[in-house]
Design a protein around this ligand. Structure first.
Ligand SMILES: *Cc1c(COP(=O)(O)O)cnc(C)c1O
Length: 516
């Protein structure tokens, strides 16, 4: 969402050092107002029979329009250009490296796209009789089997539509299981480094959230966890590898302590891509975990399309899974739509129909084309690439946790910028001028001025070197005192630096027509 109030072709502010631009764009990047601001009524890309010239002069049997309708009027080439220009404003993984830590922006294989477009999958209607969509249901069954095998957990609910949605469903199942035993546990423990969705989901389910302290080396503080566990704790939510890009090496002990206190161990599986094929979360003691299909098993996300966040569950939690349930009866598959038994009192249906069919096809295609060994290599290469970036950038930037290797993402803090007068935000904006999308900034919150880089396994050595060379060059410029290059950045983006806080807090959601 852009917060910039785009007036009628006013030229965006240009930096003095670039000199004035007579047009509205810069470097073949076109400035583009809203479609309503572009077009004038009276123009159209099609011919209407019987209408010559002025559209307003059409004889409507004496009826006359008091004011022009607030609709854009554009010719075909103008319309086309408008949308192509808009599409170019969206950074995409198909365009360049997209190093957003935690988001796992990696290449989406074209094979998966091709399969998702097969008419038998793409054109099924969710209200078709189930007897006519047995193939689609079989695909969901196979996908479930893969997810269960890779995690070691016996049940999966496919329908949650995002990681956060999976968290909600997993926690609702946990609440259902406690409620069934008549245990009114009302607290969820979450590490300080957790993704914001963790405490948000727990609060949504009605839990109080308490933070677990972090050790100096970026892991869960076991002593603090043990001290906080008690008869009021319903669940412990831990991300592994955690949001600092580090493996929770005490994860088995975390699970043991959690279970000993009568609580469930919820794992945020957003970083499963770092361990898939190497570790089964069930073997670590995990009771419930969501899997962001759009992160670990590819599939476009963010501006590229919807996600999907299936949640895998232990046998104890499975009866509380959201509907629909996929049930095999001999050769036939059926979706049980209505919640029965313990599930009925817990959550029932959490999304329309069965979830994101297109994502299921892409994710299964990704799994089957990689195979078990290929998925394992995905995790290994993702970790290798992140460590390569960590090693190269540590020459100039300060790793948040210098000790030992990282997992799939390299985390830096801003101590290396001390005394330069340049902030993490300035540095990230300067990356845009050099042709790189910034990394995740200021997350996790526990690291000051955090810069979280996730290269993923799909970047080549050549591309990683280009990225590292650029960042090292910028770091040298920062050290050399080239402050304006950073504070004024980005200089090459058409609208320069935007006020992102204002955009998030006060988004302009309404367009007000100006009188014509
Ligand atoms: C992405 C992410 C989530 C939320 O997943 P969505 O699919 O965006 O809802 C939760 N936790 C972590 C660690 C994440 O990276």
């Amino acid at each position: 969402m852009s917060m910039v109030n785009v007036g009628r072709p006013t030229r965006p502010e240009q930096s003095l050092d670039l000199g004035p631009s007579p047009g509205a764009g810069r470097g073949l990047q076109q400035y583009e107002p809203l479609i309503f601001e572009l077009g004038g009524w009276g123009k159209t890309g099609v011919d209407f029979e019987g209408v010559e010239g002025d559209l307003d002069a059409v004889d409507l049997d004496g009826l006359t329009r008091g004011a022009q309708p607030a609709l854009p009027g554009l010719s075909e080439p103008e319309t086309l250009r408008h949308y192509v220009r808009l599409s170019q404003k969206n950074h995409a993984i198909d365009l360049a490296l997209y190093p957003l830590g935690s988001c796992t922006m990696k290449h989406n294989p074209r094979l998966d796209e091709k399969l998702a477009r097969l008419p038998g999958f793409a054109d099924v209607h969710p209200l078709q009789p189930q007897s006519t969509v047995q193939g689609a249901l079989a695909l969901m069954e196979t996908l479930s089997h893969w997810l269960e095998t890779l995690t070691g957990l016996p049940a999966v609910a496919l329908s949650p539509k995002a990681g956060a949605h999976g968290e909600l469903c997993g926690l609702l199942a946990i609440r259902g299981a406690h409620d069934a035993r008549g245990e009114a546990r009302r607290t969820v423990l979450v590490p300080t480094s957790a993704h914001g969705t963790n405490p948000a989901s727990a609060a949504q389910v009605g839990y109080q959230v308490r933070e677990i302290a972090q050790t100096a080396d970026g892991r869960v503080d076991l002593a603090d966890l043990a001290a906080q566990l008690g008869p009021d704790v319903a669940a412990v939510m831990v991300t592994n590898p955690n949001t600092c890009g580090l493996f929770e090496r005490d994860v088995v002990e975390i699970a043991r302590l959690t279970h000993a206190a009568g609580a469930y161990f919820y794992c945020d599986g957003a970083n499963f891509n770092a361990i898939v094929g190497r570790v089964r979360p069930a073997d670590l003691g995990v009771d419930a975990m969501h899997i962001n299909l759009h992160k670990t098993f590819s599939t476009p996300h963010g501006g590229g399309g919807p996600g999907a966040g299936p949640v895998v569950l232990s046998a104890a939690l499975a009866p509380y899974a959201p509907t629909p349930w996929l049930i095999r009866e001999g050769d036939t598959l059926r979706l049980e739509e209505g919640a029965v038994g313990p599930a009925a009192a817990t959550q029932g249906r959490v999304s329309a129909f069965h979830g994101q069919m297109g994502m299921y096809v892409r994710a299964l295609a990704y799994m089957m084309s990689h195979g078990a060994d290929g998925l394992r290599q995905v995790a290994e290469d993702a970790v290798l690439n992140a460590n390569y970036v960590k090693a190269r950038l540590s020459a100039a930037m300060s790793p948040a946790f210098p000790e030992g290797p990282c997992m799939h993402e390299a985390l830096f803090d801003d101590t290396w910028l001390d005394g330069t007068g340049i902030t993490t935000l300035d540095f990230a904006k300067a990356m845009i001028d050099e042709g790189f999308h910034p990394m995740t900034m200021y997350f996790p919150l526990v690291v000051h001025g955090a810069m979280l880089i996730e290269p993923t396994e799909t970047e080549s050595r050549l591309e990683l070197d280009r990225f590292c060379d650029t960042l090292l060059g910028l770091a040298a410029a920062a050290r050399a005192g080239e402050v304006e290059r950073f504070r004024g950045a980005p200089f090459h983006a058409p609208l320069r630096r935007l006020d992102e806080t204002l955009a998030a807090r006060k988004p302009k959601l309404r367009w007000t027509p100006t009188a014509r």
